[in-house]
Design a protein around this ligand. Structure first.
Ligand SMILES: [Zn+2]
Ligand SMILES: [Zn+2]
Length: 263
């Protein structure tokens, strides 16, 4: 059974030629789920040869532009291309108002149905999506605006135990994440800064590479995937090295990379 993610954007807030802002498409036995939707995501979907209309669910971690500003364009293009299938959008409260206001004020409209799941919970974990292929549980994480992490569990077809993927982007260092990401097979964490910028990371509520590695080690994850790399790093292998000092089984995301979730 297929379970892999395709990285559309591995950069932080400032897009560069090599690293666009946050978006990735999870493929769970053919079911495609878009995680975050930065500006330009619809272009990156096409560039990576993924069919636009095959995406039926979008999950937004928080409303910062580098995770969200691509959504009105994506939804609008799907309408222009003749979409009739419903779309599920899981997002923090406020996203629906932004999208509906944008369409109302700009004279755009979409005719296919959108099923909104707006998240607004102070603590704890909640199930926000479930179908025959996967279960998505969301939990609040620590950032400058309300932000959620996600644990995506495949629905196994057979005797093998379910594989689990976790995505936390963006977040400050907090061990309150651990109960939610414990033992996942692939853990995708933001790694905006190198270790020498720990103070800046704390101020902006992001992780350093070393902190990401430490969280992966404490969570006993199978593998760590670093993403949300600041544009300041021309040689981001430094971040990979710093994370690997804490957690050796780490890979550094790159735009276009496809990573399988392995047992
Ligand atoms: Zn971000
Ligand atoms: Zn953010």
């Amino acid at each position: 059974m297929n379970f892999f993610t395709t990285i559309l954007g591995s950069g932080a807030a400032l897009p560069t030629g090599n690293r666009r802002c946050a978006a990735q498409v999870l493929n769970i036995n053919g079911f495609k789920l878009l995680l975050d939707c930065a500006e330009g995501t619809q272009d990156r979907i096409r560039y990576n040869h993924l069919r636009l209309q095959s995406i039926n669910t979008v999950i937004i971690s928080h409303l910062h532009g580098d995770h969200f500003f691509g959504l009105p364009g994506l939804l609008s293009t799907m309408h222009l291309c003749g979409r009739t299938e419903p779309m599920t959008v899981v997002a923090p409260r406020g996203a629906r108002e932004v999208i509906e206001t944008t369409f109302a004020l700009t004279g755009n409209h979409i005719e296919y149905p959108i099923e909104w799941v707006e998240m607004d919970f102070a603590e704890g974990e909640q199930r926000v999506f479930e179908n025959s292929r996967c279960i998505v549980d969301a939990f609040p994480i620590v950032h400058t605006v309300p932000t959620y992490g996600f644990r995506i569990t495949e629905v196994p077809r057979g005797v093998n135990p379910a594989r689990v993927y976790a995505y936390c982007c963006d977040t400050a260092y907090t061990e309150s994440l651990l109960p939610h990401i414990s033992g996942v097979h692939l853990l995708c964490l933001e790694s905006t800064f190198a270790n020498d910028l720990a103070e800046l990371a704390e101020t902006r509520q992001h992780l350093t590479a070393g902190q990401a590695g430490r969280l992966a080690r404490l969570a006993d994850a199978g593998q760590l995937l670093l993403t949300h790399i600041s544009a300041r790093y021309r040689e981001p292998e430094l971040l990979l090295q710093q994370a690997m000092e804490e957690f050796p089984n780490t890979i550094l995301a790159a735009d276009g990379m496809r990573i399988e979730i392995k047992r």
